[in-house]
Design a protein around this ligand. Structure first.
Ligand code: C2E
Ligand code: MG
Ligand code: MG
Ligand code: MG
Length: 279
């Protein structure tokens, strides 16, 4: 083989990695700047019970980028995880969520609305994660029962003892714990019953295929049954059509979220919708 071309390839790869790293550093700096100048915003997507009542929302992060407009988590969350920026960012999200719950509690029409917040596994891994959450609730005078934390299946691969202890401490304060994107990870189901979740969230990948696909619909049926056997709530995400909704309802699903009921929107739009419904 040609040593020169190998050397050239190595140089190209090293250079690519370097410019990759440079791009990441630049993005990280931009993200820090965005947090400092309050360019992050929470969007709210309604969560509904079987009666059609909005009982709360999932908070979804958006970045108001001066040049690119509204950027979703797909554009920055991986970098935030890799650089550890997800820690200060996640704290900001928690603070916003608790402050929002406080404002809803003070509103005669919106009182009682709940909020689900996505938590990165890196956040949960912090030794002081539980006091962070409890302080945030206490500082805002918010009942833990109004807050749900959404964790992903990667949490099942963490140090089980420490994770379960944290989950128990949060649950003791009434905080809900939802297993997000349920069914997509390859983590072992055998750990599931050892983790004190209060809710399973069926991933939209399963919901997307259920109409006219007996395999997909048997997966959602079994996920619903599994959750209900474990004694936890099950919510379906990504419900986009009436057919999907009716099929899930027939399978015993009682909690829903998806474009059919509402896309994630800014706070004012979400509140108008809920208040309009309540009126
Ligand atoms: P997720 O927690 O599974 O959130 C659901 C995603 O599906 C959201 O995407 C939502 O906009 C989208 N979605 C909701 N209903 C439908 C539907 O009917 N059809 C389709 N096609 N999509 C639907 P989004 O807002 O882009 O968020 C993507 C992911 O980013 C979230 O997935 C979550 O894992 C992560 N994320 C969002 N906000 C935060 C945050 O504050 N902290 C952390 N750590 N992660 C976050
Ligand atoms: Mg989520
Ligand atoms: Mg999800
Ligand atoms: Mg998902």
């Amino acid at each position: 083989f040609n040593l020169l071309s190998v050397a050239a390839a190595v140089v190209v790869i090293l250079h690519l990695q370097e410019s990759d790293a440079a791009a990441r550093r630049e993005l990280h700096a931009e993200l820090r700047g965005a947090l400092a100048s309050r360019r992050f915003e929470l969007f709210y997507q309604p969560q509904l019970g079987a009666s059609g009542r909005v009982f709360g929302a999932e908070a979804l992060l958006r970045w108001n980028h001066p040049a690119h407009g509204l950027v979703g988590p797909g554009g920055f969350m991986q970098a935030a995880e890799e650089t550890g920026f997800v820690l200060p960012l996640g704290q900001w999200v928690l603070g916003e969520a608790c402050a929002q719950l406080r404002r809803w509690q003070d509103d005669p029409v919106l009182r009682g609305l709940r909020l689900s917040v996505n938590i990165s596994t890196l956040q949960l891994r912090q030794p002081d994660f539980v006091p962070q959450v409890l302080d945030c609730l206490r500082q805002n005078g918010v009942d833990g029962r109004l807050l749900t934390l959404e964790l992903t299946e990667s949490v099942l691969m963490e140090d089980m003892e420490a994770t379960v202890a944290k989950m128990q401490a949060l649950q003791a304060a009434g905080v809900g714990l939802s297993l997000d994107d349920f069914g997509t990870g390859y983590s072992s189901l055998s750990y599931l019953h050892q983790m004190p979740f209060t809710e399973l969230k069926i991933d939209r990948a399963f919901v997307a295929g259920i109409v006219g696909d007996t395999q997909a619909s048997s997966i959602t049926r079994n996920l619903l049954r599994l959750g209900h056997d474990l004694g936890v709530e099950v919510i379906a995400e990504g419900v986009e059509t009436v057919e999907q909704y009716e099929l899930l309802l027939g399978q015993g699903c009682r909690l829903f979220q998806g474009y059919l009921f509402g896309r994630p929107t800014d706070l004012a739009t979400f509140e108008e919708r809920v208040a309009g419904r309540a009126a």
